[in-house]
Design a protein around this ligand. Structure first.
Ligand code: CS2
Length: 513
């Protein structure tokens, strides 16, 4: 890649990239949004400049702007705290805000596009005041979020974590760093300057994400000093909408292979390309207080009731993803496609999707469940993605309650005990509490802020299945109905003993008998 020009508006204008694109079997890529189309202040401030946003909302926005122009450029805000350097912010800054989306097809074909909708990037941890100014600007009409489950700073009870040091600091004043703090201070600025209403659009994998965001914001405001509280709450009630949305596109972490691929497709050097699958879906409530891009022209679906789409996607896609991650790690698989391609594991997860999860999800209009499961199995099997099991397995303490809890409660209430899910939970406990449970060196680290707490809890247990029982009862991962259900708890304990004594293969066989 050395010697190639760096991706940027000048390099793209002069490159013969379209020809290179054809060599890769892709359709000619669309040119990035022209700088002229982006003039004026950006109408969107986006919190969470990760791969998901860059392959999803940014692409929808670029496509929408190609149909209907509007003031919908994006100010991208990195919301991770502490870590330096910041490759995405720095890489995009060096590339006129541009990056490549590499759409990776199952058969090996690659299509590439450059959305080009970002005006500038800011880092919340260090530029909090500038972020607040952007959030407060009268020209900002939408504040969108992809900050992951973790970014909403709620505790095990689902309420705002008032013990979180960053939340405490943000409540006390000074430049905010958390998503909630940034938003509250931004709204405060809007209130003071008389800025027009605004929409807060959560695009994270939480059930009723807009509703959740609203609840957490109300809690944050309620925890402010009395003098700041009332007016702000009144402003939030009168001038802010928080539509729910379901978002879907698999966009794994970027590796050097993707950088090499981007160079071959475009003939330019891009340090921050985003790999993504061809599939994408976005369903949201049409409740925007100050307008929005014509996202429907890019294929987004607007509906009053997002819940059936969310349930189907979170329980089936994300629920199965987490099963593949933990059981895949124990089986020695580095990627989701390897895990689903493992006959024993893939078969068990397909069984769980069809027999354990599907009966609990409503079918949204136009999305028959059986077909969706088939589609998901194909998507998971895409070998070009290289989606790591350790990546999907990270933050399980926050993902499991969203992905497995509802299925469990409803199945148990209907008299069914989902055995593969019980095994999945036993696998999570093993991965998170047992050193050497899987080959961390080769497969990567599963990160989880709750790890120390869960390990400590597990250390109080006795007997071969004590830790799993304790984490089931007190880990804050699964609902009490599951912990108190004797047959389910016994299944978790049974699988834990089999995993310990005989390994994942024996446990998978036992789950299907
Ligand atoms: C994945 C999701 O990393 C994970 O936890 O399950 O990021 C998944 O790829 C997306 O939700 C797909 O839309």
């Amino acid at each position: 890649r050395r010697g190639l020009p760096r991706l940027g508006r000048a390099a793209l204008a002069g490159s013969s990239a379209a020809g290179a694109g054809r060599d890769w079997g892709s359709a000619p890529y669309p040119a990035p949004q022209s700088p002229e189309g982006l003039e004026g202040a950006p109408g969107i401030v986006h919190l969470g400049l990760g791969n998901f946003h860059r392959a999803h909302q940014a692409v929808y926005t670029a496509d929408a702007l190609r149909h209907t122009e509007g003031p919908w450029g994006i100010t991208g805000v990195s919301t991770t705290t502490g870590s330096r350097p910041r490759p995405v912010i720095e890489g995009m800054a060096a590339q006129d805000g541009l990056y490549t989306v590499l759409t990776l097809h199952r058969g090996g074909a690659v299509a590439a596009s450059v959305p080009g909708v970002h005006h500038k990037g800011l880092v919340a941890d260090g530029q909090g005041a500038e972020v607040v100014a952007a959030l407060g600007a009268a020209t900002t009409r939408i504040v969108s979020l992809t900050v992951t489950e973790k970014g909403y700073t709620f505790g095990a009870d689902g309420r705002l974590d008032l013990d979180d040091p960053l939340i405490r600091a943000d409540l006390a004043g000074g430049a905010p760093r958390t998503a909630l703090g940034l938003i509250a201070r931004g709204l405060q600025q809007r209130l003071r300057s008389g800025a027009p209403p605004v929409t807060l659009l959560s695009c994270d994998n939480l059930m009723g994400n807009g509703h959740r965001l609203r609840g957490l914001l109300d809690e944050f405001i309620a925890a402010l000093p009395a003098a700041e509280r009332e007016d702000l709450q009144a402003y939030a009630d009168a001038s802010v909408s928080t539509p729910n949305s379901m978002v879907d596109r698999i966009a794994p972490a970027t590796t050097d292979e993707h950088r090499t691929l981007a160079a071959r497709v475009f003939g330019v050097r891009d340090t921050v390309p985003v790999p993504a699958e061809p599939y994408k879906l976005w369903v949201m409530q049409d409740d925007f207080r100050a307008g929005r891009p014509a996202w429907e022209q890019a294929g987004a679906v607007f509906t009053e009731d997002v819940a059936p789409y969310e349930l189907m996607k979170l329980r089936l896609l994300n629920g199965a993803h987490s099963l593949l991650a933990y059981l895949g790690l124990l089986r020695g698989h580095r990627s989701i496609d390897a895990a689903v391609g493992d006959e024993l594991l893939g078969g068990a997860v397909e069984f769980a999707m069809r027999e354990e999860i599907l009966p609990t999800v409503p079918e949204p209009a136009g999305m028959p469940g059986k077909a969706y499961v088939g589609e998901l199995l194909d998507r998971f099997a895409n070998p070009a993605l290289g989606h790591r099991t350790a990546q999907v397995g990270s933050d399980g303490s926050l993902k499991i309650p969203v992905r497995w809890a509802g299925t469990l409660t409803e199945s148990l209430a209907a008299g069914r005990v989902p055995r593969v899910l019980a095994l999945g939970f036993a696998a999570y406990v093993r991965v998170i509490t047992a050193d050497g449970a899987y080959d961390e060196q080769r497969l990567g680290t599963v990160h989880d802020d709750a790890r120390a707490r869960l390990v400590e809890l597990a250390s109080r247990a006795t007997g071969p299945d004590g830790a799993a029982r304790l984490l089931l009862a007190e880990g804050g991962l699964l609902p009490q109905q599951a912990a108190q259900h004797a047959e389910f708890a016994d299944s978790v304990a049974e699988f834990t003993r089999i995993l310990d004594a005989h390994g994942a293969e024996a446990a998978l066989r036992a789950a299907r008998t």
